[in-house]
Design a protein. Sequence first.
Length: 113
Amino acid sequence: MKFLVDAQLPARLAGFLQQAGHDAVHTSALPTGNRTTDMRITRIADGESRVVVTKDRDFRDGHLLSGSSRRLLVVATGNITNTELMALSGTTSTRSSMPSVKPTSLSWDRTRW
C-alpha cells in the first residue's frame, strides 16, 4: 500500500510503514515540508492513490462531506506521546531502531507537485 503520513504524526511512523514493505512518505519529505496545506496533501494522496494517515479531524470531515481525500486512516488515540504511539503500532519505542525518512528515498515524480 501507499501512505502519506500527516505532520501531526511522527516521521518514524512512515519509516515503520516502509520497513513493513509499504511505500510511505511523511509530509516533512514534501517540498514545503510540514507546512504543506491539507488541500495539497489531499491532491498528492489522491493523485498517487495514497492513504492519508492523520490525526487531523479536518481530513475526516472533508472525507465524509466531499469524499476528499479518497483514502483515509484517522488515528484517534487521545493525547499520547510519539513513543506511546509507536508502541501501539507494534514498533519498539527507541528512536534508533526506526529508519529515517529521507527525500532521496521517494519513488514518485516530484514534478507532479
